[in-house]
Structure formats: C-alpha cells, structure tokens
Design a protein around this ligand. Structure first.
Ligand code: PGA
Length: 252
C-alpha cells in the first residue's frame, strides 16, 4: 500500500504574520493521524520558523529548491545540509518554474536530487510537459527524458527514497487541471518506466499529481490507481481548501 501525500508549495507567498495564521488554521483542523501524509513547503527564509510552529503536529516540512553544490562560493544559494539543519525532511526539485524561468537543466535537477538525498532528505521530483509539447503529442517523450536524467545519475535504487510529482505545465496556476484520465495515463507511464528497472521500487514510489488541484477536483484525481496524492500550489494557501484536499487522499 502506498500512503498518499498532499504537499503544499507556497511558492513566493506569505509573510511571518500570514504564515503564522495559515499554520495555526492548519494545525487547528489537521487530523493527528491523517490517511495521507501532509507536507508544507514555505519560502526558504521562513523554513525554520514554520518548522517551529508545526512542532508536535502531523504536518511535515519541505523546501522548494536546493543548491546542487555542498558549500563554497555560490552566492545566494542554500545547501541540502542547511535545509536539513533547520528541520526539512523534503525538498521539491525540478519544479517547472525552476526549469523554465531559471533555466534549470535536466542534469542540474538530477544533481539537486542527489544533493537532497545525500543529506537524507526526500526529493519531490517534478516532471511535466508544456502545452505545445502535449499538443505535438510529445508528453511521454518529455516526461521520459526528464525522468531518465535522474535515473542515469542517481540510479533506480534512489527512488526508494524519493517522490515524483507529475505537473503538466499548462495546468499549473491556470485553473485548468488535467482530467483524471490524462493524469492516470502519464502516471502509469512513469510507473512503467520505473518498473522496467525495478518492479518493487516502482510499486512503492508515490507519484503525485500537480496543477490546479482544488477541493472540488481532488477526489476524482486521487481516485485514479496511480495518483498518490497531490502537489498543491494556490489552494495550499487556504487552510480549509488544503485540508479538504488532504481529506480526499486515498492509499492505493
Ligand atoms: P497550482 O500549482 O496548484 O497553483 O496549479 C501547482 C504547483 O505548481 O505545484
């Protein structure tokens, strides 16, 4: 059985006061033993404080990005050891906003994945095609290439301690989610690609869906056999909405 995950990616939102309010609202309502694992990923500068606020709750802490390097002259970067030091257990790598706006390559993302694991954090590896790629029927080619870059560097065994998030770029922040069938099709493709290398790891790896998940569409997406929860952007900033999504998570 795969325990589902609902992870909130706060992106570039919040302030100390807003975070405190959001965390308080989440903690007031989150079950002590939810069916799904619940993770929040605040901006870097707030990680330590949000981690402190979450202490004693079932909600876990993740970061939105990590430097591929361990230390040295890399102005503005934050290492995996530093994230671990302030209490992070998870880190998103390869979000499409990092790939597209900050030009991160498949190879750099694979190195970030390894950097996270080298400090015993669980990377949440994001994969996903752009609209033009879907329209050109290249979804699986693109997602396969993004996944293979990590498999080549880190190997299949690394996926025993990793989470994958399929996030079609055209569905992120657009209000236009993939249909449950579209999501399932790509999730099954991702799992099959892992399965070709190791059936046990493939069967155990959580593959989340991300892109305009809301309380109103979460249940039908999470009901699909290869959808193991979600990576939530906009809707993770509202406690009621986020917790309703968490409540829709089902083990498969
Ligand atoms: P969204 O973002 O839920 O606002 O579409 C998802 C994500 O980017 O992880």
């Amino acid at each position: 059985m795969r325990r589902p995950i609902v992870a909130g990616n706060w992106k570039l939102h919040g302030s100390r006061a807003e975070n405190a309010r959001l965390v308080e609202e989440i903690m007031a309502q989150v079950p002590s033993k939810p069916a799904g694992q619940c993770i929040v990923c605040p901006p870097l500068v707030y990680l330590q404080e949000v981690g402190r606020l979450l202490r004693g709750s079932s909600v876990e802490l993740g970061a939105q990005d990590v430097c591929a390097e361990t230390q040295g002259a890399f102005t503005g970067e934050v290492s995996a050891a530093m994230l671990k030091d302030v209490g992070c257990e998870y880190v998103i790598v390869g979000h499409s906003e990092r790939r597209l706006i900050y030009r991160e390559s498949d190879q750099l993302i694979a190195r970030k994945f390894q950097a996270a694991q080298s400090k015993s954090m669980v990377p949440i590896l994001c994969l996903g095609e752009q609209l033009a790629e879907r329209d050109a029927d290249r979804t699986k080619e693109v997602v396969g290439r993004q996944l293979d870059a990590v498999l080549e560097l880190a190997g299949i065994d690394a996926f025993a301690h990793a989470v994958i998030a399929y996030e079609p770029v055209w569905a992120i922040g657009t209000g236009r989610n993939a249909t449950p069938d579209q999501a399932q099709d790509v999730h099954a493709f991702i799992r099959a690609r892992l399965q070709a290398r190791n059936a046990k790891i493939a069967a155990e790896t959580r593959v989340l869906y991300g892109g305009s998940v809301k309380a109103g569409n979460a249940a039908e997406l999470f009901a699909m056999p290869d959808v193991d929860g979600g990576l939530i952007g906009g809707a993770s900033l509202k406690a009621d909405e986020f917790l309703a999504i968490l409540a829709a998570a089902r083990p498969h």
